[in-house]
Each structure stands twice: as structure tokens, then as C-alpha cells.
Design a protein around this ligand. Sequence first.
Ligand code: A2P
Length: 285
Amino acid sequence: MTEPTLVKDAPVKEAAAKPHLPDAQVVTEVKHYTDRLFSFRCTRPASMRFRSGEFVMIGLMGDPDPATGKQKPLLRAYSIASPSWDEELEFYSIKVQDGPLTSKLQHIEVGDEVILRPKPVGTLVHDALLPGKRIWFFATGTGFAPFASLLREPQTYQDYDEVIITHTCREVGELTYGRDLIESLKTDELLNEVIGEGFWKKIKYYPTTTREESPKMGRITDLMRKGEAFEDLGVPQINPNDDRAMVCGNLAFNLEIKDMLEGYGLVEGANSNPQHYVVEKAFLD
Ligand code: A2P
């Protein structure tokens, strides 16, 4: 299993040597997981408040316009992967070799600046759900990011008896970020203190892969249709009395699971109208 490459203690570059970007924040840590995935942390604007599960626009300056030489910010929506109480911000990203932003963003180092528009928004928030017994977090690929935030949010454990996180990826290495995060919860000081020792026993983690051998193979949607996922997890089929759900993955996955949740009788909620489930509206490229 691949260990992430941690580049944390590299000396912080002299930020003053460079022009400051608009809404600049400074990168404090970068970890590479696979040739397609990395995460990074950066400073957090002192005045920025957000609810765990929300996203912001982040990016870098684009290439200079050939005619004018002017540069414009190149921004994309990124779920904040750190919880609302964290003094820094964390993001989890794909690397697309010819992607306008991620082809550059994947090369950031500690001390570099990123642009961060401090206006968080999003649908994957506790406020958009009615009270329930069990919360399901359904993720594919980098869709794990908002759940990395919500899994570190005390309210998740205050509101629910059981927290189920499913993560479907193509390959085993793509599960590392999520698996490490869940492992780290066991020793999370804040959660152990606020929720109580052993709070993490409420979590049921269900990682699956589709293109590389792993203990559980298949798309979560297929595993649920067959009833296998419910059997493995030791829970009844999803129902609107007990279950709440949040969904974040690629577009096809979001649409398919939304259909399935509706089939189980769940109704889509929003900040203004809390119901049984919510789907991320910021699509990941
Ligand atoms: P698959 O390998 O069968 O396409 P991606 O990296 O393309 O975003 O996909 C991430 C994971 O999501 C992959 O394991 C992929 O499975 C899975 N996936 C893609 N579409 C769906 C879908 N409609 N329902 C469930 N899982 C999906």
C-alpha cells in the first residue's frame, strides 16, 4: 500500500519575495497519494466562518493573456475537507495532467500562495437534514472531501447513533486519504473529549474498489441493489424514518444514487427545507 509523501517541514518560502495574489492564503502542507490524487492545507482567513461540508472557490493565477500580458484568477469549487473548528483549511484534489487548474495546482509546495475566495456555500450541511438515527455519507473518488470535514465535526456524532461512510474508487491507492482520516479519528482529541471516548465506534466505513482487487469490490450502487452492502454493514435497507444521506461523487454516481434514495422513499432537502438527503451541487472535474 502506498504511503503518502508528506512535505510538511520544508522551509516556508519567503512570501514577501513574490507578488501577493488577491485573497492569498499560504500553503502549510502538501501530501501526494497517487499520480491522480493529493491533499494540501493552507492558512485560514481570520474572519472566515463556514459549516462543515461546505465548499469555496480556490485556485491560482492563470497564464498571462498573450495579447495584454494580464493574468486572471483561475478558480474552481473545492469542498473544504477540514472541519469548521480547524484553524487551517484542508483540500483534497485530483491531478488532471491537462486540466487548466489542477495541472498547476498539483505542483504547489509549502510556502506557496493559493487564491481562496472566503465565501463558503453548499448543500452538504447538517441544517439541510431532518433528525434521524443513521447518517450515510456516499462518496466516490475525491467526493470524500466534504465527509473528511463532516467526520471531524462533533455535530455528526451528536445528531446520529450511526455514521456510515461508503467510498467507491477505481483503485486501492485512492482509498488511502479516507482510510487514514478515519484511522486518525480514534485519537482525535476534540471528538474524544466532546463526544466521549470510543465515539468512533459509531462509524462504519465501507470502502470498495471497481478496477483493482480489494476486500470489497463493486460499485456501492450495485452492492446496495443486491442487498449485499446492508448485509455487510448489519443495517436494514435505507428507509425515511431512520436514515439520512449526503452524496458527493461524479455526476453519474450522484444521479444514480439520488434515484435509489428516492426509491427508498427519501426526499431531497435543502438549507431552506430540511428533508432526508442532500447531494453536492458543485461538480468535480
Ligand atoms: P467504475 O470504475 O465502474 O466506473 P471516477 O474516478 O471515474 O470519478 O470514478 C470513481 C468511482 O466511481 C469508480 O470506482 C467508478 O466505478 C465509480 N462510479 C462511476 N459511476 C458510477 C455510478 N453511476 N454509480 C456508482 N459508482 C460509479
